[in-house]
Design a protein around this ligand. Sequence first.
Ligand SMILES: [Cu+2]
Length: 119
Amino acid sequence: MKKMVFTLTISTVIIALFILTGCQDNEKKEADSDIKSDSTSAKIIDFTYMPAKITIPKDGKITWVNKDSAVHTVTEDAEDFDSGDIDEGQKFSKKFPEIGTIKYFCTIHPYMKGTIVVK
Ligand SMILES: [Cu+2]
């Protein structure tokens, strides 16, 4: 009888350990996905992208907020992506799934330039 109780206790401990270990794995996975979905915001103010250079992790997202009274765009140099007109107070968000350096400008004010570094 004592032996059976002992076996039961050991089994319970092993099951509990499995459950605990499983939970830790899930927490770790969630932490990893947090890094991937890292998002940052940038401003467009006084005909300038602020900051002009943004570094984000792969799959990171950038949201530009137009804090200017003028209409601006966020347009990739080769026009791979184009926000279209961003009015005062409007936002434009984009995810960057590929590692590399992306240069962009404003089609309305082509002297406005910005750089995104995806690591
Ligand atoms: Cu502009």
